[in-house]
Design a protein around this ligand. Sequence first.
Ligand code: KG4
Ligand code: ZN
Length: 347
Amino acid sequence: MKILSIETSCDETACAVVEDGKKVLANTIASQIDIHAKTGGVVPEVAAREHVLKMIPVLDECLKESSCDWDDIDALAITKGPGLISSLIIGTETANVISYVKKKPLIPVQHITGHIYSNWLDTDEEIEFPVLILTVSGGHNELILMKGHHEFEVLGESRDDASGEAFDKVARILGLGYPGGPVISKIAEEGDGSSFSLPRAYLEKGSLDFSFSGLKTAVLTEVKEYAKARNIENAEDIDQKFKADLAASFQEAVVEILANKLYMAFEKYSEIKEVHLAGGVSANSRLREVIQEKFDGKITFRHPKSIKYCTDNAAMIASAAYFLHVNSPEKYKPCSNIIPTTSFEIF
Ligand code: KG4
Ligand code: ZN
């Protein structure tokens, strides 16, 4: 079954064609990073206008890349939320119109479940349930127990900032640009992760929730004290060594909390067969390394096969849609008029 998917929840206009939930025939993305770098973050109105310009060209390019025409496509998939509502509308309206005109069933997908299915892409191996998943992105951070296809139980989630959001905000504080994750992890390679003693919020005993806002504030306090002592007004004037050491210390703190909470959940739920990492922050090599070390020889640990499947993409949406369709094919019809939502509710 070939599914053509559309994802426009934030600042990437993305389309993909995926066969049977795993084989990626095309994965096309128009990124808006250069535009949002100028403002240090995503301005929703600007993102939505850019989606309007890019939606049809990306769709055309994706079909071309997949060597499919509309007759080869069995169904459509769309991210229905959560995300920026003005961005979601562009994708859902496009999908609704194509579903109507081409008479294709339309499968709505919750964005976080899309990230979860990024570990099914480009793999021939059978994934064994139950799977314990750590989703780490700019807008969300969860620990999820997946008992079967689309059977989820949320074990823990962020009470304030998501980990990716913390990377973005710390990069902004240090004047490093947007998005924060890749720049922080790059500069952290030159720094010493033990040079600053930053707080780790583990919350109440046994809690599997996350909190990163205190850590972000601690970074801000260090920068303010440094700047005050030296009469510095712009982040650009901060010494490179200070930035690298603080970035590395921040990254160590985030990675330690994420890896330890994941391990706590693993110990609590003894029946788990695999451990997965998904979402934009799963591109972080230090995070992968620490988790790999923790689980080595104990259980299968997977992260997306390619960095392009870590951050927002449409291939993961097609994969999640395929397994929804397998569960109940009768549910998905043409012209079902999908309404986008900012709600996180799905599981
Ligand atoms: O999953 P995603 O593309 O979008 C959301 O659904 O939110 O995640 C984007 C987030 C951004 O906050 C970005 O800074 C972070 O993923 N990110 C990283 C890395 N690459 C992207 N964080 C840490 N290390 C990276 N290498
Ligand atoms: Zn995402």
